[in-house]
Design a protein around this ligand. Structure first.
Ligand code: PRT
Ligand code: ZN
Length: 284
């Protein structure tokens, strides 16, 4: 029995999806040019597909699980469960208009044409804001639509914003914040669910490790208590005596978002020789 996972064949999510599986200790055999690949050391089979097809394939159980952007998932509206947000492929679906436009709110879109590849999500936005705008569905290069007179506004994915900028557009509304998610079919059997749970355990360990750093530092014993109180640690920090009398070595784990804050406080509390080491996996 194998768990079938669908990932993007090529494009922005492919590399991170393959890397995530690799970081979970899963070796994908045979090249990426195939439709399907086996893995020797984990009961999983990988299908390489276009991202747009992944929600449907998971709903139909051609694949048991899949990795896809929330933007595609919500646009397609398929019946699948989100099991985990994966933290990559981050972007937003936004409305943009010509930079010269005087935009004062959603009502400014009244009577306008919006070009997009996301008609369902844009229609929801139009309905929610009670505006009277017309959707022009196009499949690519949405950002050129205002320039060629096809529409007055667009709704497209944005990450850095440079595509909008280069096309003389400005972002005025965010419809959806998106990232890659792991989805699953709603009727997985017990055995597949079991493999999924094992995979999830690994994914969460990898994600946790990425968000944490191992910190080692030297502390004067006189300030040890203050320094320890600054460190969360998994249980409590490890404290070892140094060869030099009056000093200890303190080891702990810090999460990325509080990292700089705590490091500054540690320095002020007299910590020296602070070493920060990446963590590969974190099992808790
Ligand atoms: O062939 P296939 O159908 O599988 O791929 P695709 O061409 O439809 O999708 P692809 O590979 O471009 O994107 C796959 C997924 O990556 C999307 O569905 C999103 O979930 C995610 N993602 C993250 C993005 C972006 N960031 C992104 N910036 N997808 C597209 N873009 C495009 C956007 O459409 C615009 O053209 O990048 C441009 C804007 O980028 P900035 O940096 O200039 O703002
Ligand atoms: Zn696509």
């Amino acid at each position: 029995m194998k768990l079938k996972i669908a990932i993007q064949k090529s494009g922005r999510l492919n590399e991170d999806s393959v890397k995530l599986l690799k970081d979970c200790g899963i070796d994908i055999k045979n090249g990426l040019n195939k439709l399907k690949a086996e893995c020797e050391n984990f009961p999983i089979e990988v299908f390489f597909l276009r991202d747009d097809d992944i929600p449907q394939y998971v709903e139909d159980r051609v694949a048991d699980i899949g990795i896809v952007g929330e933007n595609v998932l919500y646009e397609k509206g398929k019946q699948v469960d989100i099991v985990e947000k994966l933290g990559f492929g981050k972007c937003r679906l936004s409305i943009a208009v010509a930079r010269s436009e005087n935009y004062t709110g959603a009502a400014s879109l009244d009577g306008k044409r919006i070009a997009t590849s996301y008609p369902a999500l844009v229609q929801k936005f139009i309905d929610a804001n009670n505006i009277n705008a017309e959707i022009h569905e196009i499949s690519g290069s949405v950002e050129i639509a205002p320039g060629i007179g096809l529409a007055e506004a667009i709704a497209d994915l944005v990450s850095s914003g440079s595509t909008l900028f280069m096309n003389g557009l400005k972002e005025v509304e965010t419809i959806l914040d998106s990232q890659a998610v792991l989805v699953r079919n709603q009727q997985l059997g017990a055995e597949q669910q079991d493999i999924l749970d094992r995979l999830l355990f690994r994914i969460r360990s990898v994600k946790k490790a990425k968000n944490n750093k191992y910190v080692l530092l030297n502390a004067p014993n006189s300030n040890l208590e203050e320094i320890i109180s600054l460190l969360p640690g998994m249980k409590s920090p490890t404290v070892l005596p140094l060869a030099e009398p009056g000093w200890s070595s303190v080891h702990s784990v810090l999460s990325e978002n509080e990292f700089w804050d705590i490091i500054e406080k540690l320095k002020n509390a007299g910590a020296q020789g602070i070493l920060v080491v990446p963590i590969e996996k974190m099992i808790i």
